[in-house]
Design a binder for this molecule. Structure first.
Ligand code: HEC
Length: 131
């Protein structure tokens, strides 16, 4: 599947989530973050971007404030704006200097999920750098 197709599939899944409960579709931003986004960050980024491990490039991804403040080059995510979100540019591996994770590109589904998260306005219920 092409990344864009995956993105559309996820969006379709999200809009259908909760359907059946009196026919109303519900999307829970906090739950979406906890179940789909946080595990990717934990598995792929925390080893270099969290207070439990390293805070490389001065960027911490273990709290909302972390990516809002961002690293050496400012905020890592601009909610709703893929082009101006350095985090998205980095995971797309467009150039080798800023490619993240540095060694291995994420699987397309994980890139699509992170893009979806940014497009949805980057909901993040974490208020501190607790795991
Ligand atoms: C093996 C360590 C390592 C991993 C894993 C890693 N990073 Fe990084 N990251 C770095 C280092 C080192 C820098 C600073 C130097 C640079 O830009 O290469 C950095 C910088 C960044 C920056 C730029 C920060 C700034 O303001 O300059 C972003 C955005 C970023 N990483 C996102 C991510 C994301 C998202 C993940 C997980 C998908 C991730 N990184 C995984 C080591 C890592």
């Amino acid at each position: 599947m092409k990344p864009f197709t995956i993105l559309l599939t996820i969006l379709a899944m999200l809009s259908g989530a909760g359907a059946g409960e009196a026919g109303s579709a519900t999307y829970e931003p906090a739950q979406f973050f906890r179940t789909q986004i946080q595990p990717i960050l934990e598995r792929r980024c925390y080893e270099c971007h969290s207070h439990q491990h390293e805070v490389e490039g001065e960027l911490a991804l273990d709290s909302e404030l972390g990516w809002e403040t961002g690293g050496e080059n400012g905020p890592a995510v601009k909610p709703g704006d893929l082009k101006n979100s350095p985090l998205i540019q980095a995971i797309r591996h467009l150039d080798s200097d800023s490619a993240m994770p540095p060694k291995k590109k994420l699987p397309p589904i994980e890139i699509a999920l992170l893009e979806t998260w940014v497009l949805l306005g980057a909901p993040d219920p974490r208020t501190s750098s607790n795991p």
